[in-house]
Design a protein around this ligand. Structure first.
Ligand SMILES: [Cu+2]
Length: 183
């Protein structure tokens, strides 16, 4: 288990923010947390888009089950927990997840295109490839964790470190525009 003192994390954030073009750490662990967050990424959006999605992998190395219950980011007015499902007519739909995204002890949960994602609505500006932005995650037990999402190209199916994935389920938030929402 890794332990990162808060001051070291703060220093890392300072250093990283001073190097906008440099490679960024993609793993974050809350000082008191046992959930680590890996590969936080999003996709570039066209200028007219008001929605986007954030993907990541949550790994629970702690002794107790936990769940992601909320998210927020300054780049959008709403960040909701969504899942993508395929109905009986083979139509993909997404809906808010009631009760959050569970991450069992010793387990992990992957948010990825075509599945679980953090839905951004009310984007304040288009997301551009190469850009990064802060995301605050709230876990039932691990509490609040700050992570940084990096923006990949518009059609990216996975973050570069995981390259070579063959199935992009094309949950294309950009073309969905004003997608129907479940009240
Ligand atoms: Cu969604």
């Amino acid at each position: 288990m890794t332990y990162r003192p808060r001051s070291l994390l703060a220093l890392a954030i300072l250093v990283l923010s001073a190097l906008p073009g440099a490679a960024r750490a993609q793993t974050a662990t809350s000082p008191s947390s046992t959930v680590s967050i890996e590969q936080v990424w999003s996709r570039a959006t066209p200028k007219s888009a008001s929605t986007a999605a954030i993907y990541m992998t949550l790994v629970n190395k702690g002794p107790a089950d936990d769940r992601l219950i909320a998210a927020s980011t300054p780049v959008a007015s709403i960040a909701g927990l969504h899942e993508m499902t395929v109905d009986a007519n083979n139509v993909m739909k997404m809906r808010p997840i009631e009760g959050g995204i569970p991450v069992g002890t010793g387990g992990s949960a992957t948010l990825k295109p075509g599945g679980l994602h953090i839905m951004l609505e009310g984007l304040k500006a288009p997301l551009e490839a190469g850009q990064s932005f802060p995301v605050t995650l709230t876990f039932e037990k691990a509490g609040t964790v700050q992570v940084t999402a990096t923006v990949q190209g518009p059609g990216a199916a996975a973050p570069p470190a995981m390259g070579g994935m063959t199935h992009d389920m094309t949950h294309d938030m950009n073309s969905m525009g004003a997608a129907p929402k479940t009240p």
